[in-house]
Design a protein around this ligand. Structure first.
Ligand code: ATP
Ligand code: MG
Length: 183
């Protein structure tokens, strides 16, 4: 699976629909301080099912919705669409029929998040599992936040194991076992 395109609409500073085309060999996003570089990476993590508001640098998840400026009104919802290139057919069964498919997450004030894969309504867990099995999830070591290297060095062994499990592509299994034990 490859990421083709990230589309933001009302997400943080990206109030107008904005497309980030992810081409093979893309190595950097540059721009002045505060222009939205970190917001782009957060949108990617968010559409993959991130559920910790803190990881989005907010107090609550609704803080990802465009909050308004002196010239533009706040938005009632935010939406991020990630287009996946699945020509290698590595998406899990059920989502694996097409060369390309979209994952959409939308948050509405007071109504929380809704997810779609390939146009059909799914649960947050379905999106999280899709990426956990592909070991590219919201917690994936492929996405390195500021300060994360020192966190890794100082992490308790149990938390460090989680990171290794994600890298090994077995965190989906871990999560399923945890859910089975709760039943
Ligand atoms: P730096 O180079 O300093 O790391 P950056 O390019 O990573 O900067 P970001 O942190 O992505 O910048 O963007 C910060 C901007 O996003 C700030 O101007 C902030 O006001 C704006 N912002 C964050 N959340 C919202 C929101 N909910 N509504 C509107 N604007 C927002
Ligand atoms: Mg930044």
């Amino acid at each position: 699976m490859r990421f083709d395109r990230l589309r933001l609409n009302g997400f943080k500073s990206f109030v107008d629909p904005t497309d980030l085309i992810i081409r093979e060999g893309l190595t950097g996003v540059v721009g002045p301080n505060g222009c939205g570089k970190s917001n782009l990476l957060e949108a990617l993590r968010w559409v993959m099912g991130e559920n910790r508001a803190k990881a989005m640098r907010g107090d609550g998840m609704e803080d990802v919705i465009f909050a308004g400026t002196t010239r533009r009104a706040a938005r009632a919802h935010a939406e991020v669409t990630l287009t996946i290139d699945n020509r290698d057919r590595l998406a899990p069964a059920g989502f694996n029929e097409n060369d390309h498919f979209d994952i959409v997450r939308r948050i509405t004030r007071d109504a929380g998040s809704a997810y779609k894969i390939g146009g059909g309504d799914v649960r947050a867990r379905d999106v999280q599992m899709l990426f956990a099995d592909a070991s590219t999830g919201a917690h994936s070591p492929a996405l390195v936040r500021q300060g994360q290297i020192s966190e890794l060095i100082n992490a308790k062994p149990k938390n460090r194991r989680r990171i290794l499990e994600e890298a090994a592509g077995i965190s989906g299994l871990y999560q399923r076992r945890h859910e089975a034990e709760l039943k």
